[in-house]
Design a protein around this ligand. Structure first.
Ligand SMILES: [Zn+2]
Length: 521
């Protein structure tokens, strides 16, 4: 049994001014053939699940090409043509195939194709013909009917932060294997109500997402049901397919799949108000943190963190759970969502309020360069952050000592969002300011999804009062183990939770929460 695997994985922020060119994909790393296995074999990403299934079930998995970038703007037609054509010609030349396993993100938009993922699946179907096609998508996928029509098995990750990418990849591979062996005859169905879940309500360890996922897990165990998925969707993509969706795959019962997808989506619809509640203003969040900080945890105590593949729950109550830093999630500067990584909005307010003992990162290659002309221990005055655009605050003047310099390359074998293992922040500098804050200046827009980012730079995040993490959910696996509280902050920026900031033109007209009177039944 011979199965091809490949993917073009992109979360397209159509409001971003940085187009996803072929060069952007190249910079991120386009992997071919064995390079794909090298990159993912020890990770917890989808393809690691495909690899493991191929060993357990004893089929030949043939890697072709895998391309991704960070969540920047629309994919240029040149990039899509080049990447997809290379995959298509590999598929044609190296066949025949018994099956196909795709690893896409599911929220990709290319010039000319508002539904790049659907178009991609359609082209693959026309090349490989009537053989089982499986696809595994990120929980932020905006999933179209076309994807469901052109594939046999569509599996979506079920945890946010995404800790089950490998597990769900394995599931997809297993179902495709059984389909090839004719042990099952999958029928899938999708329901896409005109509904989005605000980015600040997407953590699957808290209500209402927790209940919605639990329902899909319960239904997945019912008779004749092979799998269920729930996708949160990606709200920064101005396309018709944007929004939540529910998928059911049954063994040879389309009507049942239709009914169950509908049932799950109606439960989601009933939670629409809670799915769109707002979060803390900056000043309130900072004042709350100062008032509620009780000191560091003792005796190396840590909150329980999910094992790989298991959903992360909220911070559990324990004798030490009230101790530890208070983590403020900088929602407007969600690096994983396509933001600038250099927002100074929260730090600015904190400095004005004279709040200190804060830890945060700032993308600022210019300041890093200035520091590199000096030595460790030197004092320096810099204008940090706020340089990428006009949306993420002004550069702030800070004076401090250069505490540490690194190459910014670290790894994490523990639970990280989407299961990635290797990280590269570029040349990085730790600055300890005279007003008592620590700023990690980076040369790449690295993100805050691994706590090793701090340990690697000789920083003990446990010792801070406040940690400003750039993201919404993805920093949770990194910081929840040491935090006493995690607050989501309604900060401005390109990934703000305030959706009135965006000028949507192409989404469905009756989307909740934009149309509060809209109906779905
Ligand atoms: Zn995601």
């Amino acid at each position: 049994m011979k199965i091809a695997t490949f993917g073009i994985s992109h979360e397209t922020n159509t409001f971003s001014s940085i187009p996803a060119t072929y060069k952007e994909f190249e910079n991120y790393g386009i992997e071919r053939k064995e390079g794909i296995f090298e990159k993912f074999k020890d990770s917890n990403y989808t393809i690691a699940g495909y690899i493991e299934a191929s060993k357990d079930l004893n089929f030949e998995l043939v890697p072709l090409l895998f391309a991704q970038t960070g969540p920047i703007g629309t994919i240029t037609s040149d990039a899509y043509e080049k990447l997809s054509n290379e995959i298509f010609s590999m598929l044609e030349k190296e066949g025949p195939w018994d099956g196909v396993l795709i690893s896409n993100h599911g929220a990709a938009v290319a010039e000319g194709f508002n539904d790049m993922d659907g178009e991609f699946c359609k082209s693959i179907r026309s090349i490989v013909g009537n053989i089982p096609i499986g696809i595994t998508l990120d929980m932020h996928a905006n999933i179209s009917q076309k994807i469901i029509d052109q594939t046999d098995i569509c599996i979506v990750w079920k945890t946010n932060p995404h800790l089950d990418a490998k597990v769900r990849g394995y599931r997809c591979a297993d179902l495709i294997y059984k389909t090839i062996k004719k042990e099952i005859n999958p029928k899938q169905s999708i329901s896409c109500p005109p509904l989005l879940v605000n980015i600040v309500k997407q953590f699957t360890g808290q209500s209402p997402m927790k209940e919605l996922v639990a329902q899909t897990n319960k239904i997945a165990k019912e008779n004749k049901v092979l799998d269920t998925s729930i996708a949160e969707g990606y709200p920064y993509s101005d396309v018709e397919k944007m929004g939540m969706s529910w998928i059911t795959i049954t063994d040879d019962d389309k009507q049942l799949a239709d009914n169950l997808s509908k049932k799950m989506s109606l439960f989601g619809w009933s939670k629409r108000e809670e799915l769109n509640e707002s979060v803390w203003p900056i000043e309130n969040a900072l004042n709350h943190a100062v008032k509620n900080y009780k000191g560091p945890k003792l005796n190396d105590d840590k909150n329980t963190i999910a094992k790989n593949g298991i959903a992360l729950d909220d911070i559990e109550k324990s004798n030490h759970s009230k101790f530890g830093p208070i983590v403020l999630m900088d929602v407007g500067d969600n690096i994983g969502g396509g933001s600038s990584a250099d927002s100074t909005h929260i730090l600015d307010v904190a400095m004005k309020l004279k709040i200190n003992n804060i830890l945060q990162t700032l993308y600022d290659p210019e300041s890093v360069k200035q520091c590199l002309t000096r030595n460790i221990g030197d004092s320096i005055t810099l204008k940090v952050g706020g340089k990428s655009d006009s949306l993420h605050g002004k550069p702030l003047e800070v004076t401090g000592k250069i505490y540490y310099i690194s190459n910014g390359k670290y790894s994490d074998e523990g639970a990280t969002h989407a299961g990635f293992k290797f990280f590269n922040d570029g040349k990085s500098v730790v600055l300890k300011t005279i007003d008592g804050n620590t700023i990690l200046l980076t040369s790449n827009r690295g993100g805050n999804t691994s706590i090793n980012q701090m340990y690697f730079n000789q920083i003990n995040p446990e010792s801070f009062k406040i940690i400003i993490a750039k993201g919404v959910v993805s920093p949770r696996p990194a910081y929840q183990p040491i935090a006493s509280q995690i607050l989501l902050v309604n900060s401005p920026g390109v990934t703000t939770s305030d959706l009135s900031f965006f000028n949507y033109k192409n989404i469905r007209k009756n989307m909740y929460p934009f149309d509060k009177n809209t109906n779905y039944q």
